[in-house]
Design a protein around this ligand. Structure first.
Ligand code: 5GP
Ligand code: ZN
Length: 140
């Protein structure tokens, strides 16, 4: 799959070297670099070298190096606690419309640094879960 680029995209510009970045790992299909607005020390981004706004629009081959790179970065950071984050769409907190994965160290329990997550658990019955599973299985 040929790489796709969008001239106006800030992350495509970083891939092309038109905007500087503090690079960490580069392969044929991904680039990783330090986030300019870190939530904690070592907050890094991994971006595919293909312009797609959201994950479901990205060809699979551009995903192959993402998790191995996230693991590499976590090891290099010596981070015992960390989050991987990938936002899709504005109300899901996506600000840059080029698929990207965050590696965000979580410094200490109770510390306000790092990713702060709301986890509003919804109550579903077993029947509702089963119905949902059946619906999804017809599409997977
Ligand atoms: P999102 O909210 O879209 O998931 O995250 C976008 C991330 O990209 C933010 O954490 C933001 O700090 C980072 N970011 C935006 N512009 C730049 C840039 O020009 N350089 C770097 N290194 N990071 C950027
Ligand atoms: Zn782009």
């Amino acid at each position: 799959m040929a790489a796709k680029s969008l001239a106006s995209c800030i992350f495509c510009k970083i891939i092309k070297g038109e905007i500087p970045s503090f690079k960490l790992v580069e392969t044929d299909t991904i680039l990783s670099f330090l986030d300019i607005g870190p939530l904690s020390k070592g907050h890094a981004l991994i971006i595919p070298k293909y312009h797609a706004e959201k994950l479901h629009e990205l060809p699979d081959e551009y995903l192959a190096d993402v998790l191995p790179t996230a693991k590499k970065i976590a090891l290099a950071l010596n981070a015992e606690n960390y989050n991987l984050l990938q936002n899709n769409g504005r109300i899901a907190h996506q600000e840059v419309d080029h698929v990207h994965f965050h590696v965000i160290p979580k410094p200490a329990p109770g510390d306000n640094e790092g990713l702060v997550i709301g986890w509003p658990v919804q109550k579903l019955t077993m029947d509702e879960l089963k119905k949902l599973q059946e619906e999804l299985l017809t599409k997977l």
